[in-house]
Design a protein around this ligand. Structure first.
Ligand code: DGL
Length: 253
C-alpha cells in the first residue's frame, strides 16, 4: 500500500490548530489531512498537566490507529504536556510539536522586550522554562497567560467590541514598552487581526509556519511526501457540530 497517501493528522484541544492547518495546506496542498479538535474537553490550558497528557495521548493514539502517516500536535499546551511521551511511544511516526516562537522574536528584538501570550499550562511547563533560559540574555521575556482568548476563539468570536475591549485591557500595560509579541497558543493567530489592532504596530510572531516546514522536512526524511496531484481535508471533533466552526475558521479567517 502507498503510505504516502495516508493522512497527516493535525490535533488540537479544539479550534486553534486550524491556524497551523492553514500553514500546512499552504505549504503542502496535495496532502490528505485529518483535523481533529477535542473541543469537548477544551480548554486544555487551565487543566492539570497529567490530564492534558492523558487526553493528548488518547487522541493521538486514535489518529495513528486511523492510519496517520505523521502527527502534528498543533497545540502548544498539548505539546508541552505530552510530546516527550508521544515520541517514546511512537518512535516510527513523525511527530511535530508546537512551541512559542521565542527564538525568532528574541533574535529580531535583541536587547529589547518580548511579550509571550500563551496558556497557563504552557507558561509553567519545562519546555517553556528551557526556552526562557536559552533566550534570557538576548531579550527580556515577559509571560502573559490569556485563557479568555482561547474561549473567544473556541466560540468562533474573532472580531467585535467584546474581544476588542478585552485585548485593549490586557495589552494596555505592554504596548508602549515591548518590541515583539509571541502568540504562544494556536488559538491566537485565529484572532490575529484583532490582536494586531490592539497591539498597534508591534510585530506578532507565531510558530505555525515553522511547524509546517518541520512537518514537510520530516516527511521528506521518511520518504512519506504525497505524490498525488490533489489533497483533501477531513474535519472531525469530539464535540458534535464543532466541525462547522473548524471549517468556517479554516476558510474565512
Ligand atoms: N491551542 C492550545 C495551545 O496552542 C491551547 C488552547 C487550550 O487551552 O485548550 O496552547
Amino acid at each position: 500500500m502507498n503510505k504516502r497517501l495516508n493522512p497527516i493528522a493535525v490535533f488540537d484541544s479544539g479550534a486553534g490548530g486550524i491556524s497551523v492547518l492553514k500553514e500546512l495546506v499552504r505549504l503542502m496542498p496535495n496532502e490528505n489531512y485529518i483535523y481533529y479538535g477535542d473541543s469537548l474537553n477544551a480548554p486544555y490550558g487551565t487543566k492539570p498537566t497529567e490530564e492534558v497528557r492523558r487526553l493528548t495521548i488518547h487522541n493521538t493514539d486514535g489518529l495513528i490507529k486511523a492510519g496517520a502517516k505523521e502527527v502534528v500536535i498543533a497545540c502548544n499546551t498539548a505539546t508541552s504536556a505530552a510530546i516527550v511521551s508521544l515520541r517514546e511511544m511512537y518512535p516510527s511516526v513523525p511527530m511535530i510539536g508546537l512551541e512559542p516562537a521565542i527564538k525568532p522574536a528574541a533574535l529580531e528584538c535583541k536587547g529589547g522586550r518580548v511579550l509571550v501570550m500563551a496558556t497557563e499550562l504552557t507558561l509553567r511547563e519545562r519546555k517553556f522554562l528551557l526556552l526562557l533560559e536559552k533566550y534570557k540574555d538576548i531579550a527580556e521575556i515577559i509571560s502573559l497567560p490569556c485563557p479568555e482568548l482561547v474561549e473567544f476563539a473556541e466560540g468562533g468570536i474573532t472580531e467585535g467590541k467584546e474581544l476588542e475591549n478585552y485585548l485593549n485591557t490586557i495589552l494596555a500595560p505592554y504596548i508602549h514598552n515591548v518590541d515583539g509579541i509571541v502568540l504562544g497558543c494556536t488559538h491566537f493567530p485565529l484572532l490575529k487581526d484583532a490582536i494586531q489592532r490592539a497591539a498597534k504596530g508591534i510585530k506578532l510572531y507565531d510558530g505555525g509556519i515553522g511547524a509546517a516546514r518541520e512537518a514537510l522536512h520530516q516527511l521528506k526524511e521518511t520518504d512519506l511526501v504525497s505524490n498525488a496531484t490533489e489533497g483533501s481535508i477531513t474535519f472531525k471533533s469530539s464535540l458534535k457540530g464543532k466541525e462547522d466552526l473548524y471549517r468556517k475558521l479554516f476558510y474565512n479567517t
